[in-house]
Design a protein around this ligand. Sequence first.
Ligand code: DQA
Length: 148
Amino acid sequence: MINVLLLQGPNLNLLGRREPHIYGTDTQQSIHDRLCRLAEDLGARLTTFQSNHEGELIDRIQSAPTEFQGILINAGALTHTSLALADALTSVALPFVEIHISNVYARESFRHHSHLSAGAAGIVVGFGTTGYDLALQGLLGRIRGQGA
Ligand code: DQA
């Protein structure tokens, strides 16, 4: 059984009521429920963790290798600011997929740079919350050695 960790960064707990014209109306809980079912269908197990605190996310990344074979991460605004989060991800050397619900490249210029992307196995940007499903499929393919 492949175990995958989904990390959600700051403000993603507000999904559903946060700028719905940008992020849609799915709540975080509904995304997590859907993704856990998809993981099961694909022969994997998903664990989810959201935090508004950079250090808590880093602690979770550091402890991930004992339990998980890969990470999905929407780091929210920390994507654009956090070298520490990027360092944590490259330190544990697990494959990870970076997710953004919105197309960050069509938005403000401060969202155009990601500290995480260079280390990512893949990036899913701009497909709304369906991006989580796509990212899970891509990550499992990569872990199973089927990805390009
Ligand atoms: C986001 C994009 C980030 O720029 C923003 O700060 C978020 C959400 C996205 O999913 O589109 O919090 O990561």
